[in-house]
Design a protein around this ligand. Structure first.
Ligand code: SF4
Ligand code: SF4
Length: 316
């Protein structure tokens, strides 16, 4: 079973990390039972790091997957809180809903935070405090910013980073793929564990999925790559690719032929505009009182869906 040291955390992970965002209501909205079955399928084949977040609403899927499971599992979640009290509430909820006494990794969910060390110091301090209480094993940082990842290399409190990177750099807010790769390498050199997100830019690079995944897997300092998976075939294909570099043509041609998109249910959109600032990529605007997406800029992250009080946005 393939295992890679996640920096100096002492954790050892399979390089294929199960990204659970697509299972939840922001994207495919599969039932906890079906999502749990898929996660369990991956766990039984060697995957051992599950990536989730307060925002993803995928704790029930993970709980279902772990029911009666005796194998090893590492759970990473994230808090997007703006204050310490809310961060603590997010951690407590994750512990309760996942039925665990400790969370292996809790990230400051800093997608849109350019400098979490000055803009959210109280969140980092609270997570470190909860680590002291035994509720968290490792504190992490997830980010779409090169500057935040670069800065994390110098902060010992941050033990794991979860940066956005892909072949084209799509979704990186302040730089290129090359610049993010260099920040990642600096973090790995400083002993941080590194597992990345958006290797396929939320589906935009699906037609070149094999090359896009190999690109990220080959980067200096990358220990794991989170991939959202919605079928057994996808799990099998990724495990073979990640473990042996093998990509069966029939299966991957089918996977690379899929298309995903952001659906805004215009008829019911109230034009409140809450979704617009939630987008890190500036892909949304209000046109004639309705939200509109620029598909060329959208990385299908689903964060706008979480911001819509009417539940009118979904990645399909
Ligand atoms: S429009 Fe929505 S899904 Fe697309 S990048 Fe912006 S927040 Fe993400
Ligand atoms: S948040 Fe929802 S209801 Fe408001 S503008 Fe965006 S899509 Fe429309």
């Amino acid at each position: 079973m393939k295992r890679i040291a996640l920096g100096t955390t002492g954790l050892h992970i399979h390089p294929l990390v199960y990204g659970t965002l697509p299972l939840g209501p922001l994207q495919a909205a599969v039932t906890p039972e079906e999502g749990g079955r898929l996660i369990r399928y991956a766990l039984e084949r060697g995957v051992n790091l599950l990536d989730t977040a307060e925002l993803y609403q995928s704790y029930p899927h993970i709980r279902s997957a772990l029911d009666g499971y005796r194998g090893e599992v590492v759970i990473a979640t994230k808090t997007h809180a703006n204050d310490a009290q809310t961060a603590r509430a997010h951690v407590e909820r994750a512990l309760r809903e996942l039925g665990r006494e400790t969370l292996d990794i809790v990230h400051l969910h800093g997608a849109r935070v350019a400098d979490p060390f000055t803009e959210r110091p109280e969140i980092i301090a609270e997570l470190v405090k909860m680590k002291g209480e035994g509720k968290i094993r490792h504190v992490g940082l997830s980010s779409h910013y090169v500057c935040a990842i670069r800065k994390a290399a110098a902060f010992p409190e941050i033990e794991v980073i979860h940066p956005l990177i892909n072949r084209t750099g799509m979704g990186i807010i302040d730089g290129t793929a090359f610049e993010m790769a260099s920040a990642i390498a600096a973090c790995a050199k400083a002993g941080k564990g590194v597992y990345t997100m958006k290797a396929l830019a939320g589906g935009n690079l699906i037609s070149t999925a094999r090359d896009s995944l190999r690109f990220v897997l080959g980067l200096d300092g990358v220990h794991g790559v989170a991939v959202g998976m919605l079928s057994e075939g996808e799990i099998d294909g990724n495990i073979a690719l990640f473990e042996q570099g093998v990509a069966e043509e029939g299966l991957w041609s089918k996977l690379e032929g899929r298309r995903r998109k952001l659906r805004i249910m215009e008829a019911f959109c109230k034009g409140c505009g809450f979704c617009v600032p939630a987008c890190t990529n500036g892909a949304l605007e209000l046109v004639n009182g309705k939200a509109k997406v620029d598909e060329g800029e959208c990385i299908l992250c689903g964060y706008c869906g979480a911001a819509c009080p009417e539940f009118m946005i979904r990645v399909v």
